[in-house]
Write a protein that binds this ligand. Structure first.
Ligand SMILES: *Cc1c(COP(=O)(O)O)cnc(C)c1O
Length: 348
C-alpha cells in the first residue's frame, strides 16, 4: 500500500485546520470568555468536547480499541463522506464497491465527483475476490467498500477476503460493520493491528437502538484518524448526542438482551417464511433483517403497506426480494397475520 500521507489529498495535506476555542483549552475550568458562548448556564450553553473524549473512553473499553484509533461522527454516514473528502481527488481517484450494497457509498461518490467501479457480489452474495483483486491492481482505487454483514443481502463477508483485499490494495479498505453486533464473531477489528490501510465503520444506530442521536464510529490506524480529525467540522458530535451515548453505553447487558431477542425473532420469522409457498427463498441473515424472495413481491409489499406495515422493496436491486427489519415480537406477529391475509387474497 501507499503511506497514509501519500493517500491523503494534496489540499488536505496542506490544510491548516480550523482551531476551535474548546479544542485549544480542552476541559479547562475557570472563567470561559474564549468562545463567544452565552455565559448563563442552562446545561447547554457551552460548546461540546470536539474530540468526545468521555464517549471514546467508554467505547474503547467496549471495543478493545484505543481512543487514539477512533473517530466519532454524526452517524457513520459522516465518516463515509469524510473518507471521500480526505482521500479522493474528485474526477481523478476511483472507488470500488460490491453491489448490491449500502446506497450511501454511491451517493457520497456522486456528491464528491469520484468515479465508482462496481464488482458485483457472486450469486451467493459473497465477494468476487478474484475480480476485486484484479481491479485493485489495475485501477488502484483509493477506497474499497466492503459491507459486512452486507445491506441488503444480510451476510457476513469472510475475513480472508477482507485480509486479501487489504493486502492487495494500495488504498484504504473500508469495512462497514453497521450490523456487526448481531454477529460479533465476524468482526475484522483484530485485523486493524495488521493492516494500516484498514478502516472499520460501526454505529450506535442499529444494535444500540440509537439511530436518532446519530453517532457513528470509525476505527483505524492513527494516521487515518488524524485525517478525519483534520477535516471534520469542529463540533461534529453535539452535546445531547454525547450525553445520551454516555448513558446508553452503560447498559451493555440490556443491549445484549435486546440483540438476542432480535436474533431469536429473526430465526423464528425465517423458519415461518421458509414454509410459505409464496416465498421462494429466505436468505441467511447475520443481521437484524431478512432478505426474502417472493413469488409476487409487489402484491405483498403493497398489501402490507395498505395494512400499515412498512418493509423495504429491494426488488430493483435483488430480483423478487423484499427486505424486512425484525421488529418487536408483537410487530413480527402482526406481520405474520398480515402476510397470511395477503396470501389468501392473492389466491382469489
Ligand atoms: C444503517 C447503516 C449504517 C448506519 O449509518 P448511521 O449513519 O451510523 O446511522 C451504515 N452502514 C450500513 C450498511 C447501514 O445499513
Amino acid at each position: 500500500m501507499d503511506s497514509i500521507e501519500q493517500l491523503t489529498r494534496a489540499c488536505v495535506r496542506k490544510l491548516k485546520p480550523y482551531s476551535s476555542a474548546r479544542g485549544e483549552h480542552a476541559g479547562q475550568q475557570g472563567i470561559l470568555l474564549d468562545a463567544n458562548e452565552n455565559p448563563f448556564e442552562n446545561g447547554y450553553n457551552r460548546y461540546p468536547d470536539p474530540l468526545q473524549k468521555a464517549v471514546k473512553a467508554k467505547l474503547s473499553a467496549i471495543k478493545g480499541v484505543p481512543a487514539s484509533q477512533m473517530f466519532l461522527g454524526n452517524g457513520s454516514d459522516e465518516a463515509i463522506d469524510l473518507l471521500f473528502r480526505g482521500f479522493c481527488e474528485p474526477r481523478i481517484d476511483k472507488v470500488l464497491i460490491c453491489p448490491p450494497t449500502y446506497g450511501m457509498y454511491e451517493v457520497s461518490a456522486g456528491i464528491n465527483d469520484v468515479e465508482l467501479i462496481r464488482v458485483p457480489l457472486l450469486a451467493d452474495f459473497s465477494v468476487n475476490l478474484e475480480a476485486v483483486l484484479e481491479v485493485l491492481q489495475r485501477d488502484r482505487p483509493k477506497l474499497t467498500f466492503i459491507c459486512s454483514p452486507n445491506n441488503p443481502t444480510a451476510n457476513l463477508i469472510d475475513e480472508e477476503t477482507i485480509a486479501s483485499s487489504a493486502e492487495a490494495s494500495s488504498g484504504l479498505v473500508v469495512v462497514d460493520e453497521a450490523y456487526i453486533d448481531f454477529a460479533p464473531e465476524g468482526t475484522v477489528v483484530p485485523l486493524l493491528a495488521q493492516y494500516p490501510n484498514l478502516v472499520v465503520l460501526q454505529t450506535l444506530s442499529k444494535a444500540w437502538g440509537l439511530a436518532g442521536i446519530r453517532l457513528g464510529i470509525a476505527l483505524a490506524n492513527e494516521a487515518v484518524i488524524a485525517v478525519f480529525n483534520k477535516i471534520k467540522p469542529p463540533y461534529n458530535v453535539n452535546l445531547l448526542t454525547q450525553q445520551v451515548a454516555l448513558k446508553a453505553l452503560d447498559d451493555r447487558i440490556g443491549t445484549e438482551e435486546r440483540v438476542q431477542t432480535l436474533i431469536q425473532e429473526r430465526m423464528q420469522l425465517a423458519d415461518w417464511l421458509e414454509k410459505q409457498h409464496f416465498v421462494r427463498k429466505v436468505w441467511p441473515s447475520d443481521a437484524n433483517f431478512l432478505l426474502v424472495e417472493f413469488d409476487d413481491p409487489h402484491h405483498f409489499y403493497h398489501g402490507l403497506s395498505d395494512r400499515g406495515i412498512l418493509i423495504r422493496d429491494r426488488s430493483s436491486v435483488v430480483p423478487g426480494c423484499l427486505r424486512i427489519s425484525i421488529g418487536t415480537p408483537e410487530e413480527n406477529a402482526a406481520l405474520v397475520i398480515a402476510l397470511r391475509e395477503l396470501e389468501i387474497s392473492n389466491e382469489k
